[in-house]
Design a protein around this ligand. Structure first.
Ligand SMILES: N[C@@H](CCOP(=O)(O)O)C(=O)O
Length: 500
């Protein structure tokens, strides 16, 4: 399988090259050059397999220049019992006869990002070897909270790599921040940015685009790559869990052969839902992909109108990982739906850059309406949903998952569609415990307590164990205190790599 850039100004590359580069040098995103289709028979034959074996079947379709043994070795290292505290890796919980929750947060950092970032370092180091890379790979990450910690955990102490994570100084939860600034490892760095996630992501993308700086890095034996979902190696492992969820339902007799289901995906950078789109295109029986946004509802407006407009106030919400107005992965969807038209993509992305807006044409807008449905949930909706779900099902969900749940309720009210539905649960409730405790126990329960004290409160109330990765965070030394403006991000990278 070869990969091409959505902007059409860079040659086709192997999977290893695409993963090593992260972002295409013309500013585009790498996408597979041909479609991958799983027949119904093939799908059914995977129902009895473990998560690991299902993942191998998906990955080998896309990573043609890796042997099955190499993929299997990467999968085994990534999805082991030491790393994931659920035997099923990504278990599906049943809430009622037509509603299920796919828990994607049983990895070391308690967010769905582990599903990809536990395997990406193995894929990337092999990619470097396959492409004869001599330089150290420097992973630059922009995070709104979850990707950063998951990438640090995945890449810490990986030989031949360095990792630098930029996060919005005021834009992540206390737990998320502590997880990152206490990160140990001989190749890691964490930098706060005065600004929001979009500033951090735009800053990272402009470092990738800065030819002189990249040359300077090359002269010092460094090559940049990415661990955000702009990197195909981040996205492709995420396809596996949609297959796995469906196969679990099939294996348990919850769905019949060929029966379609809906997926609800809380999303900000459009990576998670794009992985679900690929799964659907590959033949997974999916009816609707329900895109759940928070009050930064740029994606909802886009899906409803075909107009992408980021010229609006950036809001800080209680689902901070989704506080994003520039959703990078939408570019891949538009590329596919426009019939792989790089001119159109350049036009729309150019307009987004210049004016903050673009409008897609009918050929793209129509299939979007057929495949996707979208709505958003405000913070008060989110809190009310956590409480209602806890009362109704005894199930505790985090704020991002609750956004998904609320949007699903609206979907049902509006469409009457009773298709079985799986909500992608993107983070452990312990990670956003302040809002979760407030929702379930009321305002007074959080008064005067920090998020680390609230872990205990939530553990008692939910009768769940505090995940290992979140315990004792306050006793770890803070190792990173650097704060920069978005204009200083390149200099921060230079200082970390070339001057220290
Ligand atoms: N929600 C993300 C933002 C970056 O998204 P990614 O999927 O492209 O890594 C975060 O938590 O950092």
């Amino acid at each position: 399988m070869l990969y091409e850039s959505t902007r059409g100004q860079y040659g086709r590359v192997s999977a290893a090259e695409a993963i090593k580069l992260g972002l295409a040098p013309d500013g585009g995103l790498f996408v597979p050059c041909r479609d991958v289709i799983f027949t119904e028979e093939r799908l059914i034959s995977m129902a009895g397999l473990s998560y690991q074996d299902r993942a191998i079947r998906i990955l080998e379709e896309y990573l043609g220049d890796y042997t099955r043994e190499e993929i299997a070795a990467c999968v085994k290292l990534a999805y082991s019992a030491e790393k994931f505290d659920a035997p099923a890796t990504a278990p599906v919980r049943k809430l009622d006869d037509s509603l299920y929750v796919l828990e994607l947060w049983h990895g070391p950092t308690c967010a769905f990002k582990d599903m990809a970032l536990q395997i990406l370092p193995h894929l990337l180091t092999r990619a470097a070897a396959k492409t004869g890379e001599k330089s150290s790979i420097v992973i630059l990450v922009a995070t709104s909270g979850d990707t950063g910690k998951a990438a640090l955990e995945g890449f810490k102490d990986v030989p031949g790599t360095r990792i630098i994570v930029f996060y919005p100084e005021q834009g992540v939860s206390e737990v998320q921040k502590l997880q990152m600034i206490t990160q140990e490892g001989n190749n890691v760095a964490v930098v706060a940015v005065r600004g929001n996630f979009d500033d951090a992501q735009t800053g990272v993308k402009s470092i990738f685009a800065d030819k002189d700086f990249n040359q300077e890095l090359q002269n010092n034996n460094y090559r940049l790559s990415s661990a955000n979902s702009i990197n195909w190696g981040r996205l492709v492992p995420q396809i596996s869990y949609y297959f796995s969820a469906y196969l679990d339902l099939l294996a348990k007799g919850e769905v019949n052969r060929g029966e379609k289901i809906n997926f609800v995906v809380p999303t900000g950078n459009f990576g998670n839902i794009l992985a679900a789109y690929y799964a659907r295109e590959m033949g997974l029986p999916v009816n609707k992909l329900i895109c759940a946004a928070n009050s930064n509802n740029v994606l909802t407006d886009f899906i409803r109108t075909g107009v992408y407009d980021r010229t609006r106030r950036f809001l800080k919400t209680i689902s901070p990982s989704m506080d994003i107005l520039i959703s990078s992965n939408l570019e891949r969807l538009l590329y596919h739906l426009s019939g792989r038209n790089p001119e159109k993509i350049r036009q729309w992305m150019g307009s987004l850059n210049k004016t903050g807006q673009y409008q897609v044409d009918e050929t793209v807008y129509k299939p979007i309406g057929r495949i996707f449905w979208s709505d958003f949930a405000s913070d008060s909706d989110t809190l009310a949903t956590i409480k209602a779900v806890h009362q109704r099902y005894g199930y505790v969900m985090d704020t991002h998952t609750a956004v998904g749940m609320r949007v699903y309720e609206r979907y049902r009210e509006e469409t009457g569609d009773g298709t079985k539905t799986v909500i992608a649960s993107t983070a452990s409730p312990f990670k956003f415990n302040e809002s979760v405790v407030k929702a379930i126990l009321g305002e007074d329960a959080v008064k005067g307590k920090n998020e680390l004290e609230l872990l205990e409160v939530l553990a008692v109330k939910s009768r769940l164990e505090i995940p290992a990765g979140l315990r004792n965070l306050d006793q770890k030394p803070v190792l990173f205190k650097n704060v920069v403006s978005k204009e200083e991000m390149t200099e921060a990278v230079r200082n970390l790599l070339l001057k220290s």
